[in-house]
Design a protein around this ligand. Structure first.
Ligand code: G4P
Length: 528
């Protein structure tokens, strides 16, 4: 479709209405609950329970049996709803740090993220990694301290904790009033209004009542109020003022307090996402050229997921629209293959349920069903060709060597491996990049192996035997360095399915020694 002046202004207007963000949290911090409550505001669901929680009830975004058994979310999905006059695209991320790479890919598709922290636990070590991954993308982060309805860490201590752990300047936007386990409400620091906490188990309709201003609500007879006032004065004195530029540049994080379960503070957070999380902006391609939002259609495949529904063995590709207008059935070019592809069966994904999406704008996520030609990291476009930079991946830290238990099923074995590699489930490392009957699988976390092996069995009927290897870490290298490394027997050199070359080491000491002895070699930690 050729964009006319009228349609280009519509594209910019629609893009400005989009807020595309992800929620990142440690498992059990309340991500599922928060998602449910947010959807209530968007009237996306009749009642929040429709996005069912884990632990036996099954989750809309959890599709593998393994996920259900373990109560973890391996995959991520997209939820889309409207709030006020904005269109919200909420991307789920796996809570477990073993799937940090998936989080990293999601971060390439969003314009902001909400960090959810359990008030009683603070930032947990496993979650730190996910936060670092989010930060590495330089997107604005909003922090929500959840579970404030029950005893937790002192709020001032939590702010210190965020500052020291995340190396991010926290700015309290709301402030809790009350003793541990007896929350009276929160003060909205900017408006000076007080939102009274209304314990409403299940919290399907409670939005947290606003009671006039901070001054009107202040009760000198209540010690918690006196303390809250002192704390607020302290925050003012410490210069914890909100600075939009610092948030946008990833130096500061606005902090909100509330309780997802009782639906308290959720609307304040949602409003903050609308206000503080930026709308989509023009992306830069590999050549450093900006693709204007209102130019021809372009999109980035940030996720590929096959066999989500065992009844339909299909392959879904999730595309973040970067520019232009998406229309169902449109013909685009895949920049990697230079081949045309029709985006026919588009959907907005809702966990397992899908609704057809006929039209989309920058910031929207489109799920293309049956997208066998699309791989993670692909750029699709109309009009002026372009290629977006490759998606970053993390260097694997765990390695196993696998082989097919039944040599007759070698075709299925290779097909399974290339499918899982194209989805980014696992790194498949082979000698010389060729067909290797005993490839090494590389992962950022052990659970990735479990997912890969289970999927090879259930989806491809391939049983594999696996052995531990002595490799403990990998560095990305290039052909030239690889030759030196192989010649000197300095590490094991392997090629990933996408052609990227890795050197595998048994310990950190080996890497450091090589870096010291041969500084000219390329040995990168973060890949891409
Ligand atoms: P996750 O997706 O991040 O893993 O967390 P999820 O929402 O499943 O929440 C984990 C547990 O924390 C759940 O309890 C949930 O009810 C509880 N929770 C979430 N938000 C709050 C909150 O604001 N306050 C309190 N007190 N609890 C909260 P569960 O007993 O493990 O499961 P369930 O039986 O309630 O589903």
């Amino acid at each position: 479709m050729i964009n006319t002046p009228a349609s280009t202004s519509r594209i910019t207007d629609e893009a400005a209405r989009r807020r595309t963000f992800a929620i990142i949290s440690h498992p059990d911090a309340g991500k599922t609950t928060m998602t449910e409550k947010m959807l209530l505001f968007g009237n996306a669901l009749v009642e929040a329970g429709a996005v069912e929680s884990k632990r036996g009830r099954g989750t809309a975004s959890d599709w593998m049996d393994m996920e259900k058994r373990r109560g973890i979310s391996v995959s991520s999905t997209v939820l889309r709803f409207e709030h006020e006059d904005k269109v919200i695209n909420l991307l789920d991320t796996p809570g477990h740090s073993d799937f940090s790479e998936d989080t990293l890919r999601v971060m390439s598709a969003v314009d902001g993220a909400v960090i959810l922290i359990d008030a009683a636990k603070g930032i947990e070590s496993q979650t730190l990694r996910l936060f670092e991954v989010a930060r590495s993308r330089g997107i604005p982060l909003i922090t929500f301290i959840n579970k404030c309805d029950r005893p937790g860490i002192d709020p001032l201590e939590l702010l210190d904790h965020i500052e020291s752990t995340l190396d991010l300047m926290p700015t309290a936007m709301s402030w809790p009033v009350g003793d541990p386990g007896d929350l009276l409400g929160v003060v909205d620091r900017r408006s000076g209004s007080f939102h009274r906490f209304n314990r409403n188990p299940g919290g399907r309709s409670s939005r947290g009542g606003v009671i006039a201003t901070l001054d009107d609500s202040f009760d000198p007879e209540v010690p918690a109020w006196v303390r809250a006032r002192e704390e607020l004065a302290l925050l003012d004195d410490a210069g914890h003022e909100f600075d939009f530029d610092m948030v946008e540049s990833g130096l500061s994080t606005p902090v909100f307090f509330g309780s997802a379960l009782t639906n308290f503070g959720v609307e304040l957070l949602l409003n903050a996402v609308i206000e503080l999380s930026p709308p989509p902006s023009a992306r830069v391609d590999l050549e450093g050229v900006e693709r204007a939002l209102d130019s021809d259609f372009s999109g980035l495949v940030f996720k590929v997921q096959a066999n989500m529904d065992p009844r339909h063995r299909d392959r879904n590709a999730f595309i973040r629209i970067c520019s232009g207008r998406f229309e169902r059935g449109m013909k685009v070019t895949n920049a990697r293959t230079e081949k045309p592809i029709a985006l026919n069966y588009s959907s907005e994904a809702f966990g397992r349920q899908r609704e057809t999406l006929d039209e989309g704008f920058p910031g929207d996520i489109v799920g293309i069903v049956g997208a066998t030609d699309l791989q993670v990291g692909d750029t699709v476009f109309q009009g002026e060709p372009l290629l977006y930079p490759p998606l970053p991946t993390l260097a694997p830290e765990h390695f196993i060597q696998i082989r097919n238990a039944d040599a007759r099923r070698h075709k299925q074995f290779s097909r399974a491996l290339s499918q899982l590699a194209e989805e980014g489930v696992i790194h498949v490392l082979t000698q010389d990049g060729g067909r290797d009957p005993m490839p090494i699988l590389g992962a950022v976390g052990q659970l990735q192996f479990e997912v890969a092996i289970e999927r090879m069995s259930t989806e491809f009927g391939v049983e594999v035997l696996s052995d531990q290897t002595r490799w403990k870490l990998a560095r990305r290298t290039d052909e030239e360095s690889a030759e030196v490394i192989t010649r000197g027997g300095l590490a094991d050199v392997r090629t990933r399915t996408d052609g990227m070359v890795f050197a595998l080491f048994a310990n950190q000491f080996q890497v450091e020694r090589l870096e010291r002895d041969k500084p000219e070699l390329r040995l990168d930690r973060l890949v891409g």
